[in-house]
Every structure is written in structure tokens, then in C-alpha cells.
Design a protein around this ligand. Sequence first.
Ligand SMILES: C[S@@+](CC[C@H](N)C(=O)[O-])C[C@H]1O[C@@H](n2cnc3c(N)ncnc32)[C@H](O)[C@@H]1O
Length: 235
Amino acid sequence: MTRTTAMVRERLGLGDPFAEPPSADLPLDLQGWAGTDPLLLQAIDAVRPGLVVEVGSWKGQSAVFMAEHCRARGYDSAILCIDTWLGSIEHLAREDLRPLLGLRHGRPTLYEQFHANVRARGLEARITPLPQTSQTAARYLAMRSVRADLVNLDGSHEYEDVLADLEAYWPLLRPGGLLVGGDFIPMFDGVRRACTRFAARHGLAVQVAGVKFVLRKPAAPTVPLATAPPTAVPA
Ligand SMILES: C[S@@+](CC[C@H](N)C(=O)[O-])C[C@H]1O[C@@H](n2cnc3c(N)ncnc32)[C@H](O)[C@@H]1O
């Protein structure tokens, strides 16, 4: 297990989510959306995380993609995946997407699929699921002083939800860290509007690359030594 994984599990009291045998043995199914976008790897190499917090993991496509890259690079990293694993409004509302939820006894089996995928790729030491709403999870991370080097925000695409998620996860990002957001596309106008509003409110530049957007958190200002008051050294 990476040191960052051990730290985050210990701090959040999550134990080992892969300690017990899986309840369902599902074959690998990494269906997802833009989870293998090269921008994710560029962001990882730019910050060399530490902790990646992902909001919206679905079956784990993007989490697996990022974790495998971190493993190949030898980074001491962890991916903390936050999701209800219940799907978003569009997965319920659109008849072409609803079957992807894998409803069983009326409930999605996304978590079981995610879990099986992480196991199949041997990434139990690098990926930690936190099954929770994005807002409750953000509160808990703040409470436990967990900070991310990279946030991959790919949860709800509704305007109010995206704005709330940006406000909740921005303070959890370390200075100099990156927030990558998904689906900055006309179909999800809520994402574009929320991102633009958030960036304007915080005086940030939005970088758009393909379907994703990136916000960089300014590095903490360094205090030049010359401005520090001289300290008397006892003889
Ligand atoms: C577009 S999918 C994520 C795709 C994924 N990143 C991939 O690589 O395929 C959006 C995910 O956000 C989750 N989600 C939506 N609203 C949420 C909320 N308020 N809190 C937590 N998860 C949420 C859904 O359950 C769904 O799994």
C-alpha cells in the first residue's frame, strides 16, 4: 500500500475496503466517460500527487487510468474516490443510459462494478472509495484536515451542484494544486456556467482543453527573507 493510501484511510477511519472478498464477482467493465483523457495524465505529471480526490467515479474508468499512471511513474499517490454510486440525474432520466446503472433489486450495482474493476487491475493499494454525497464527503475531508494535490471533479453536471462542489472542494486543494473538471461541453451547460461563475468569483483563469477544464490554485506566496524582522540571537 502506498504511504498516501495508508494516511488517507487512517485519517478517514475507512479501514481496508478490499479486505473482505467481494459480494459479487463481476467481470471487468470499465465503461465510462472521458476517463482516459490525456489531460488527466498531464495534470498528474504536473503536480506529482500525493492525494488525488475524485468526485464522480462511476465504474472507475478515470480512477483506474490515473492510478495506473501513478503506479507506472512510481508516485507515492492515492486516489480517493467519492461517489454515491447511485448515478446522476441523466442516468435516471435518459432511457438509453438507465441500463448502465445495472439495477438489481431496484438499486444500481455501480459500486460492486467499481470494486470488481479495482481488484481486477490490482489497484487496491492505490484506490480508496468513499461512498458518500460530494457535499458530505467534502465536509468530512475538511473536518479531518485532508488536502488534495489534484481534484478530478466529475460528479453531478447540474449548475447548482457543480457550483456547490467547486466551492466545497476548492478549499481542500493545496496551493499550487490543480482542479480538473469534466464535461465542459454544450450538452452540459450547467458545468460551463458554474465553472465560469466560480472562476469569476475567485479571480481565476479557466483553461479549457477538449471536454475538460482546469483551474490552478495559486501557490502560497513566499515571504522574502529580507522582509522578516531581524531576530536577536542570544550570546
Ligand atoms: C459522469 S459519471 C463519472 C464518470 C467517471 N469519472 C468515469 O471515468 O467514467 C458521474 C458520477 O457522479 C456521481 N454523482 C452524481 N452526483 C453526485 C453527488 N451529489 N455526490 C456524489 N456522487 C455523485 C454519479 O453517481 C456518477 O457515478
